[in-house]
Write a protein that binds this ligand. Structure first.
Ligand code: ACO
Length: 373
């Protein structure tokens, strides 16, 4: 019996993250996401996902030093960016840039665990600069060099917007990166692991993962959710808008989840509150209020809860992140999880090669082309 969409099929063993879809719980290496969102930060989570332990102060300092030293993209990528900024969408830019980054990685084609760890950390470190550089070039602004004094999330806002961010806004972005960093066998992580399982290289696996994340049923949903907030424009219009969409059998972006089917995504719970707090902070609660109104109608009419992508939309809008960069920012965070999964796959590999159930005709007789009616 084929399970369409591979629902409930266990495709790999992992020590990286775990979900209880019935209770609405998510853990990274055994640590509850709520504790990590409250007490940890993105860099520490990068360490955790890769080393399967929280770092000591010295270990975290060492990682931070490496990440900060690797923030600048290679001259090759810098030379490529003006064309990408003019010609491609943000996720296509990221996909192409990660693929192109392989040409200048100092570890080249070396495939040892140590080289793959360094490649992984370079990808984590450079992704914010790629997104920021792309945006500034396409809008005709000077690019902003990384600020070594700022942590990962704050440095991204600095490079993107060209001013040192309000610490509360930078912290909010950091929390969202923690929440986005990994999520078991989602479509993009599965893609990365399939590619890694052929013993293809880190850059190929991550390029594939970005391609999978791009779609609106996966990471692309945050940008689509923002479009919906703009279309609704007023909390009073949410009811009619949602009912109309459901009547036309259209999907409400940012709602529903393969794993959290009857409970709320624990990340959405944290993001709802964060989005409200940041909306208040920047004096613009409108997007949060529209989101709440939509959420109430979708739950009542369809029994669906928001997923991680829904409240990220209003949150990122208030952080000043352009709407079409919301999915690239998701990728920036998920880079931590993808690369950890690729390394885990390499460490205990067997090629991933599932089967298919043939449902076409059988035992047909070949008819030469001139005799076909
Ligand atoms: N809006 C309206 N109806 C929905 C939605 C939605 N967002 N999600 C599911 N449904 C309905 C389906 O139409 C279906 O209803 P039916 O039984 O009456 O036909 C039922 O719920 C089950 O849906 P499936 O497609 O079987 O659910 P599946 O597990 O395959 O899909 C998915 C999960 C892709 C997340 C889906 O809920 C969806 O399309 N959501 C909108 C896109 C989105 O927000 N994606 C981000 C997911 S989180 C992430 O990837 C980071």
């Amino acid at each position: 019996m084929t399970e369409k969409g591979l629902q409930d099929v266990v495709a790999a063993e992992t020590r990286i993250s775990d979900i209880d879809g019935e209770r609405g719980k998510l853990w990274y290496v055994g640590y509850d996401i709520e504790d990590l969102a409250r007490d940890s930060n993105f860099e520490e989570v990068v360490y955790l996902l890769h080393h399967l332990e929280l770092p000591t102060r010295d270990q975290l300092d060492e990682l931070n030093e490496f990440l900060v030293s690797e923030r600048e993209p290679s001259p090759f990528l810098v030379s490529l960016m003006p064309t990408l900024a003019q010609q491609t969408s943000p996720m296509s830019m990221l996909r192409t840039s990660v693929s192109a980054a392989s040409a200048y990685d100092p570890d080249g084609w070396e495939h040892t665990p140590e080289a793959n760890y360094r490649k992984a950390m370079r990808l984590v470190a450079k992704t914010p600069a790629l997104i920021a550089m792309y945006h500034r070039m396409r809008t005709g602004q000077e690019t902003v060099p990384p600020n070594p004094k700022l942590p990962h999330a704050a440095n991204f806002l600095w490079m993107l917007l060209g001013e040192e961010p309000d610490p509360e806004l930078a912290d909010a972005l950091d929390v969202s990166l923690v929440l986005y960093a990994d999520h078991t066998m989602n479509a993009s992580t599965f893609t990365a692991r399939v590619i890694a399982s052929t013993l293809s290289d880190m850059f190929s696996a991550i390029t594939g993962a970005i391609a999978a994340l791009k779609g609106p049923l996966h990471g692309g949903a945050n940008e689509e959710a923002m479009k919906m907030l703009e279309e609704v424009a007023d909390p009073a219009r949410a009811e009619a808008y949602v009912k109309d969409k459901l009547a036309r059998k259209e999907r409400i972006m940012g709602f529903g989840h393969r794993v959290y089917r009857h409970v709320e995504d624990p990340r959405a719970r944290i993001l709802r509150e964060l989005s409200r707090r940041i909306g208040e902070r920047v004096g613009d609660l409108r997007w949060w209020e529209i989101s709440r109104a939509i959420e109430e109608v979708v739950l009542r009419e369809k029994g669906l809860y928001p997923n991680v992508d829904f409240y990220v939309a209003s949150l990122y809008h208030c952080l000043g992140i352009p709407h079409d960069l919301m999915t690239p920012v998701f990728a920036m965070a998920r880079m931590a999880g993808w690369t950890a999964h690729v390394r885990e796959q390499y460490a205990d590999n067997r090629i991933i090669r599932p089967d298919s159930e043939y449902i076409g005709p059988r035992d047909r007789t070949y008819v030469p082309i001139d005799e076909r009616g």
